[in-house]
Each structure stands twice: as C-alpha cells, then as structure tokens.
Design a protein around this ligand. Structure first.
Ligand code: PLP
Length: 427
C-alpha cells in the first residue's frame, strides 16, 4: 500500500510544495496532507483507507455530497458523445438559460473554466465598460489569483502571510484600492476621494476566505448605493456563495442586485467551470458582440456543462436549502456549546451551507478580528479532529462547507468528535 507520506515525498520533488494549490499543503496547520483515493456523500477516504467526514467539499462545489449518482450519470452520458467540440453545443445554451433563470440579475452570462477566470474577466469588463482603471476590493477577500486581486488577499495568500504577492507589478497593484470589510464609513470616504476613477467594486457578499464573515445589516445595500451614485459597477463574487447560501446566491438572500456577478465551484458540479454575467448592456460589450476580449478553448465544455446542469437540477429540489440551513445551524451552535462546556472562548458565524469557528469571545465581523483569533488552538483542534476522522479546512482562515449529505447522524458524530478533540487540544 502506498502511504500518504510516501506520496507527499514524491509530490514534493516534482510539484512546488507538493501540491497544485497552496492551502492543500497543510502549511498553516502543520503536518502533511492526506491523499484522497475516493469520495462519496459526506466522506473522503485516503490512500491508507482511513475515512473522514469532509467539511471542505472540494472547497465548495460538493453541495450535494461527493460522487452524487445523478451528476455521475450525466457526466457518463455526456462522455459517450465526446469530450470537447470547439463549436457551440446545446448544453451551453441550457446552462445559460438555467443560470439566468435562477439568478435574475444575470441577463446574460459567459461560461469560463474557473472562478479566477470569471473574476479577471469581470474586472476587465468593468474597466472597459466604464473607461476607468481603478478597482476596489476588500482586505481578506479572495477573488482567485489574478494579478489585480493579489493585493491584501485572503485564503492561501493570507494563510501564508503574503497577502500581496511578489510578481504583481506595483503599477498594477496601485490600481487596486483596498477597504476594510464591513466598514461603511471607510467606503464612503474612498468613493468621495476617488469615486470618479473607480470602474468597479468587487466583494464576497459573505466573506469565506478570511474564515466566514457575514455582512453587517444594510452594508451591501449601502455599497450598492455608493456604486450607483459614483457610476462604478458593483460586482458580487459569488464563486463561493453562489447556489450555496440560497438558490439565487447571496444576492437573493440579501435582496441586492449587483451589476455583474461571478460564479464557480457549484456551477460546475465538480468539473472546472466558472461563469460571469449580469446586466445585458454591460455583457453585450464582451467579444464577439462587443470589443472587450475574453475567450476560452474549453469554455462551455460539454462534459463540464452536463455535470453543472445535473447539479443545478438537484439543488432545485423543494426544501433543499432549508434543510442545509437547519443543519448548518445545528453544527455551528453545537460547536459553540461544546466550547462553552470546555470553558474555551469560541464564537461562530453561519449561513446556509457555510460556517466559521473563531477561538475568541467576540462576535467576528472584521478582518482584524478574524486574524486576532487563537490560531494555535485552532491548529491543535484541527489535528485532533483529523486524527479522529473529521476533516475541517486546513487553515483558520477558510470557511467550512456542509452538503445535503451531511445528515443529522453525521453532524451528531462530528460534534461528539469535536468534544473529544477540543478537550485534547486544551491539555
Ligand atoms: N472567488 C472566490 C470568492 C473564491 O472563493 C475563489 C476560490 O476559492 C475564487 C474566486 C477563485 O476560484 P478558482 O479557485 O476556481 O479559480
């Protein structure tokens, strides 16, 4: 049998850090990652045969659990007809019709291959449409690895302490203005000073890359108004929240209409897919109907579209989101209760299908609060959970994800494990 350790040794010789995406390497929590052999429902099994209850869900896509038979069957049917055509295919049209129906702010949509591609294209479009160069993002928000976004970024960039990456030209970074999340006065000041230069403001409407932070009451609406007043486009990055916090995403949950939105993860059903879309007058500026260029050899790939469409069918089941929301609350309240029993300060944030645990006594609403939590305790807790067969995201700065396969029994087992793991972490 190949062990996790042997595979990591081999991987490290040929892949930078042994991985193809940084947070997978366990650098922030310490130790070595496991290598997954297969996945089903709420579980992963590593190459040594150990089973884990999985709260990462492939970093978001797996909202119906791993390896769902409906998605698998759709992929198998699509594969029979070929892997890629390079011409338009019917599934792309169905996909466009489906997502524009589920997310009403999308009057038109363009399919791409990842969340990063979607956000990069969206800001190019915002710049081309407005004729302005500056964009606004929020400290601790992550929008993929495009140059313009690796300025005070979240996720792996934050985990590894290089929130602004070397290799991003200063001239380009200067065009990215950053704001503290949930601080409306700061946004108002910035727009007062620079509003006429701002092409667009991009935000995770629920932040999931500095742990999980919810927008304050009225915050998103106030940002909507600011953008409208100053002629900047409001871009909701719903790569994580889209089809997760509600069928119509965070924009439906909070009742806000952005000008543009970006998607990834769930929309591809586990295949590499992203999308961006929004106002018809803005989207019409994209080539070939307009002059702003964006393209992709594999965009709208028939197999990926089949997986995504099958996923979008499943999530429209009646009660799908109500069930996940209820279980998300059971889990996050359960964590808080256990911490209280153990005398450990912990607060939690939760919204349908997403949760965050913070080792602090404060309600966490800002980046500064998230980064001030006890990460050493989180790391011990993470490893205690992992040893006992529960896989949380391997960083204190990532949100946790639930799926419809995380039933009440799985959640109860998780909480029993958490009690043991937390006690052990305190010794
Ligand atoms: N935007 C958000 C909010 C994300 O969470 C991510 C990835 O985690 C991205 C964009 C980038 O997506 P991808 O990793 O598919 O390029």
């Amino acid at each position: 049998m190949t062990t996790n350790h042997e595979l990591f040794e081999r991987a490290r010789l040929k892949l930078p850090g042994g991985v193809n995406s940084p947070v997978r390497a366990f650098k922030s929590v310490g130790g070595e990652p496991f290598f997954t052999a297969r996945a089903d429902g709420p579980y992963l099994w590593d190459v040594e045969g150990k089973r884990y209850i999985d709260y990462v869900g492939s970093w978001g896509p797996m909202i119906v659990g791993h390896n769902h038979p409906h998605v698998r069957a759709a992929v198998a049917r699509a594969i029979d007809d070929g892997l890629s055509f390079g011409t338009p295919c019917p599934a792309e049209v169905t996909m466009a019709e489906t997502v524009t129906r589920l997310v009403p702010s999308l009057e038109m949509v363009r399919m791409v291959n990842s969340g990063t591609e979607a956000t990069m294209a969206a800001i190019r479009l915002a710049r081309g449409f407005t004729g302005r160069n500056k964009i606004v993002k929020f400290e601790g928000c992550y929008h993929g690895h495009g140059d313009a976004f690796l300025v005070k970024a979240g996720s792996g960039a934050l985990t590894f302490g290089v929130p602004t990456s070397p290799g991003v030209p200063a001239g380009l970074a200067d065009l990215t203005l950053t704001l503290p999340y949930n601080d409306l006065a700061a946004a108002e000041r910035l727009f007062e000073e620079a509003g006429s230069d701002i092409a667009g403001l991009i935000i995770e409407p629920v932040a999931g890359n500095m742990n999980c932070i919810l927008p304050r009451e009225g915050y998103l609406k106030a940002l909507r108004d600011l953008c409208t007043r100053h002629g900047a486009l409001l871009i909701f990055d719903e790569v994580m929240t889209g089809f997760r916090v509600a069928l119509g995403g965070a924009q439906q949950h909070y009742g806000i209409t952005p000008d543009l939105s970006t998607f990834g993860k769930i929309i591809g059903g586990g295949m590499p897919v992203g999308a961006y879309g929004g106002r018809r007058d803005v989207m019409s500026q994209i080539a070939p109907s307009g002059p702003i260029y964006q393209a992709g050899t594999l965009s709208g790939n028939p197999v990926a579209m089949a997986a995504g469409l099958a996923m979008l069918e499943l999530i429209q089941a009646p009660g799908f989101y109500a069930d996940i929301a209820r279980r998300t609350n059971t889990l996050s309240d359960g964590f808080a209760t256990i911490a209280a029993e153990c005398g450990v300060p912990m607060t939690t944030n939760a919204i349908c299908g997403m949760f965050g645990l913070f080792f602090t006594s404060e309600k966490v609403e800002t980046f500064a609060q998230a980064t001030a939590c006890d990460t050493a305790l989180f790391n011990r807790f993470f490893h205690g959970m992992l040893e006992r067969g529960v896989y949380l995201a391997p960083s204190a700065f990532e949100a946790g994800f639930l799926s419809s396969a995380h039933d009440d029994a799985v959640i109860a087992q998780t909480l029993d494990t958490a009690r043991d793991a937390l006690r052990a972490a305190l010794k």
